[in-house]
Design a protein around this ligand. Sequence first.
Ligand SMILES: [Zn+2]
Length: 163
Amino acid sequence: MSELYDLEAARSPEQRAYMAGLEARGVCIFCPEHVAAEQRLPIEHTGEHWYVKRNDYPYPGTVEHYLIVPLRHVVTFDELPDAAGAELWAIRRALKAELSPLATATVERSGDMRLNGGSVAHLHTHFVALAPAPAETVRFRVSARGAPDSTACARPARPGTAR
Ligand SMILES: [Zn+2]
């Protein structure tokens, strides 16, 4: 079983192959010592518990997409002290002040990435800025994949087609 990456969560064949290579080398791209070599965009801020960077793969529909990542390799939020929570809040406040977005959303998956929809085991908080007329709805998957049938049911039926 993969321990650092959920290859099933890859969004393209290229990303999946890249993740498989990292897994084989035992490299976690979110551990701060690997960011410069393995990620396109640099760390912009380093605090006591977290660093902040733009997501190399911003989700469609976002105006800005930041990742707020613990400096320590942890998998769940409660592995960090309460002081890290206070610092996370301060970082979010600073990003909001800097970006002046109309609205924001924060998503943090914690625990087993095969169940929470994550792709990298290292805890990270997504912070996205949102605008009034996005090209598409911003979507975060935050659970394990449902049975194949559930995907088919979720697809809207086109008028005039048999169900
Ligand atoms: Zn890590």
